[in-house]
Write a protein that binds this ligand. Structure first.
Ligand code: B12
Length: 216
């Protein structure tokens, strides 16, 4: 019975079933299943999707739909985890967002999803994020990594402003900064003092792991 519900939950991600995600997550919680087991099947499922995306077997629309399923199911499972006072293990905490003045969300969302699938705790601040809000989140969440996305040449410099803000607030040594987005390249990332740059979301995950010493 319990394994049926866990299979159903896993399949919401694998089959991109956004409409059923909330109901099945609620059903799982109501059935008295360990919410950590429910979180684990969701995480396994998004890992499968993330790997298939990384190998070119799946494409952007599938990744976006799978992450929409997670957005529906996870708050319900997380609430149950918190209510039980349980804690999930994580590779590290990432604060992510698209910089101020920029409303492009798709690439940032992919990076957030794949980081999550890889086992990071991800706090997604969304789009058009003010520098002060990045700084506040890094400080309050004690983030290991700050990941910023910029899609416009006019907003790319905002990544630099945030890094300067980290320095000014004495936070720069506490957090690794990774940047990305179509106008960004390694040279630009180096010039603004970022710790890493990823041309793609899977590369972002590799760099995040490398910066935290999880992988070479
Ligand atoms: C979709 C889109 C929009 C949508 C965004 C919808 C949404 N919810 O995101 C809408 C219509 C809202 C939009 C608006 C605008 N857009 Co627009 N948009 C695009 C478009 C077509 C696709 C962007 C996209 O999602 N790509 C797919 C994702 C997957 O790719 P990606 O974001 O690059 O992310 C990948 C990597 O860069 C990397 N990555 C991204 N972020 C990060 C972060 C980290 C940490 C790491 C490691 C990696 C990483 O990983 C991702 C994939 O693996 C591009 C054109 C293009 N070909 O890129 C123009 C484009 C980005 N837009 C452009 C412009 C000019 C605008 C507008 C100013 C248009 C206008 N005059 O109003 C507004 C900007 C509004 C604003 N203030 O932000 C220009 C930017 C030009 C420039 N160099 O500055 C582009 C390049 C189009 C063009 N050729 O002119 N846009």
């Amino acid at each position: 019975m319990n394994s049926d519900i866990l299979d159903q939950l896993k399949n919401t991600v694998l089959e991109f079933d956004i409409d059923s995600a909330e109901d099945i997550a609620k059903k799982a919680v109501d059935s008295g299943i360990d919410p950590l087991a429910a979180a684990a099947v969701l995480t396994d499922a998004i890992r499968v999707i993330g790997n298939k995306f990384g190998s070119g077997e799946l494409f952007l629309p599938e990744l976006v739909c799978a992450s929409e399923v997670l957005k529906k199911a996870f708050p319900i499972i997380n609430e149950a985890i918190e209510a039980k006072g349980q804690k999930q293990t994580s590779l590290g905490k990432v604060v992510i967002g698209t910089v101020f003045g920029d409303i492009h969300s798709i690439g940032k969302g992919m990076v957030a999803t794949l980081l999550y699938a890889a086992g990071f705790e991800v706090i997604d601040l969304g789009i058009n994020v003010k520098g002060e809000d990045f700084l506040k989140a890094v400080k309050e969440q004690n983030a290991d990594i700050l990941a910023m996305s910029a899609l416009l040449t006019t907003t790319a410099m905002e990544q630099k402003n945030v890094i300067e803000g980290l320095k000014k607030d004495g936070l720069r040594d506490r957090v690794k900064v990774i940047v990305g987005g179509s106008p960004i390249n390694q040279e630009f990332a180096d010039s603004i003092g970022a710790d890493g740059y990823g041309a793609t979301a899977p590369e972002g995950v590799k760099i995040a792991k490398r910066l935290l010493g999880i992988e070479q």
